[in-house]
Design a binder for this molecule. Structure first.
Ligand SMILES: Nc1ncnc2c1ncn2[C@@H]1O[C@H](COP(=O)(O)OP(=O)(O)OP(=O)(O)O)[C@@H](O)[C@H]1O
Length: 491
């Protein structure tokens, strides 16, 4: 009975024995059954012969001069190319230790001389069939392993994409929410003065281009409002306006805020973080208080403006982005360039299109309109009914110097709405208006004096409804940072 699965392709069998009689006998038995038989008489010849033409099974004599059957078997089993070929040992040795050794060196079976034709055939056929099953099984395992590996790779790629998308969406979502909140607060720029009209005309001229714009002007004049107006009038309006306040973060964190970092790139970097430049890809990035950007970061900013290229902290891979840059400052950047506190090349790159927002005292015509709008806004917010704004109050407001510009006006009106006991608006202006026209005072001194004065009025309280941050319209952390920067301390 032939139990081979494919009898039409005869199996090739190598017989190794030093005795020609044995070789003849075995080859007769096997050839009668249609096997292809190859014969060898020396152990040393087996490996080269098997390598040049691999048989499907080997019958191997143990006792041979030179290399014996055990050694031949060991040699074949240590070579990756030949180790899977089944070897049946042939021997006249009856000792059980010899038989055990035959299996120990890698043989699959053992036939004792003198040979019985039926036994030889039965063992050969059994091992050929087993070998076929093994090969088939190995193929199946290989195939399944490949499939699993491929599926796993696809899964990993999909996961990485999903993770990246999730990061991006989370932060974008945050920005959209912030945008919506802000849009509700200020959905238009109020004012009719020729100076403001001219500024808005210039805004309209450049909004639709991708030119970087440097927005200049004192604190609270509406630079951020103008930046938002530019973004909303641009082709990028459907993407978020991403904002970074360079003064609100300690210098060592600005770099990772702008360019992102990999996990573990510095102490405290417990997770990977996408920088604002990456986030603003295809959109607009607004760098507020650009004058505070540390000098050592300025070349990196220049490169991203010029080439659109940068690297995350802790990763050498270069990222490419398409970002429209808006920057604002209340500092005199030209003077900072002269003082070597700001790089000249960066300044020129940022100031391709400078836009100066005039201070409120130079457009007093806008004050009545702003007052009315703020009274309406805060009456609604605080559930008050203010029916009259006395002319004398308006005149006083128009005569005040407004060192904190529109923000200060907005805060003064909010306080007035809260404290007015009836329907007629009562405004209290600071007793000693800051003499910002005094020629000897620098902008920094004015700012220091003003913040100190407000802090004194709140008894140095920073946060909360009675805190200076609210009056100044600043985030408490920004106020703390400004205090540190301007060296303002409680006396
Ligand atoms: N023309 C305007 N119409 C209505 N609101 C205005 C106008 N200008 C400024 N504001 C309001 O004044 C406040 C300060 O404006 P904004 O934050 O844009 O000023 P800024 O110049 O960016 O200030 P800073 O230099 O301190 O960052 C905001 O609440 C803003 O809505």
């Amino acid at each position: 009975m032939n139990i081979r699965q494919t009898p039409e392709t005869p199996a090739s069998i190598l017989i190794v024995d030093d005795l020609p009689d044995n070789l003849r006998l075995l080859s007769d038995i096997l050839q009668d059954q249609g096997y292809l038989v190859r014969l060898l008489r020396q152990g040393e010849m087996v490996l080269p012969s098997v390598l040049s033409l691999p048989p499907e099974l080997i019958l191997l004599d143990i006792m041979m001069p030179g290399m014996d059957g055990y050694e031949v078997c060991q040699q074949l089993k240590t070579d990756e190319r030949t180790r899977d070929i089944p070897i049946i040992f042939l021997s006249a040795l009856e000792d059980i230790a010899d038989k055990v050794k035959a299996f120990a060196v890698g043989g699959v079976d053992y036939i004792t001389k003198p040979f019985q034709a039926e036994e030889v055939l039965a063992r050969v056929q059994t091992h050929l069939t087993l070998q076929q099953y093994r090969a088939h099984l190995a193929e199946l395992v290989d195939e399944r392993t490949r499939e699993l590996k491929h599926a796993n790779e696809q899964l990993q790629t999909a996961l990485a994409e999903i993770r990246q998308l999730k990061d991006q969406l989370q932060v974008e979502n945050l920005y959209f929410r912030e945008e919506i909140k802000l849009e509700h607060n200020f959905d238009e720029i109020l004012g009719q003065s020729p100076l403001l009209a001219y500024t808005l005309f210039k805004v309209a001229q450049v909004a639709a281009t991708d030119t970087p714009i440097l927005i200049l002007g004192e604190t609270g004049v509406g630079k951020e409002l103008i930046a938002r107006a530019i973004h909303h009038a641009s082709l990028r309006k459907d993407r978020p306006l991403v904002k970074v306040n360079c003064a609100a973060l300690p210098a060592h964190l600005i770099e990772s805020e702008l360019f992102g970092h990999e996990r573990g790139s510095f102490t405290g970097a417990i997770a990977k973080r996408i920088g604002r430049f990456e986030l603003a890809d295809g959109a607009t990035l607004f760098l507020d208080e650009i004058g505070e950007l540390p000098l050592e970061l300025q070349p990196k900013l220049l490169r991203v403006i010029q080439e659109g290229e940068f690297e995350r902290l802790g990763n050498s891979r270069t990222l490419k982005v398409d970002v429209r840059l808006l920057a604002a400052t209340n500092r005199n950047l030209e003077a900072e360039v002269h003082a070597k506190k700001f790089r000249q090349d960066l300044y020129y790159r940022l100031a391709v299109y400078p836009l100066t927002i005039p201070p409120l005292r130079e457009r007093r015509d806008d004050i009545p309109l702003l007052v009315q709008a703020f009274v309406r806004k805060f009456s609604k917010k605080h559930g008050k009914l203010i029916e009259t704004i006395p002319q004398a109050t308006l005149t006083a407001l128009q005569q005040y110097a407004w060192p904190g510009n529109v923000r200060e006006l907005e805060n003064v009106i909010e306080r007035a709405v809260i404290t007015t006991p009836d329907h007629i608006l009562r405004v209290e202006l600071p007793e000693t208006p800051i003499a910002i026209t005094e020629p000897t005072k620098t902008l920094e001194t004015v700012e220091r004096d003003y913040i100190t004065q407000v802090l004194k009025s709140t008894n140095w309280r920073i946060e909360g409804p009675k805190g200076a941050a609210l009056i100044l319209g600043l985030h408490p952390n920004t106020l703390r940072f400004r205090m540190q920067k301007l060296n303002i301390k409680r006396s």
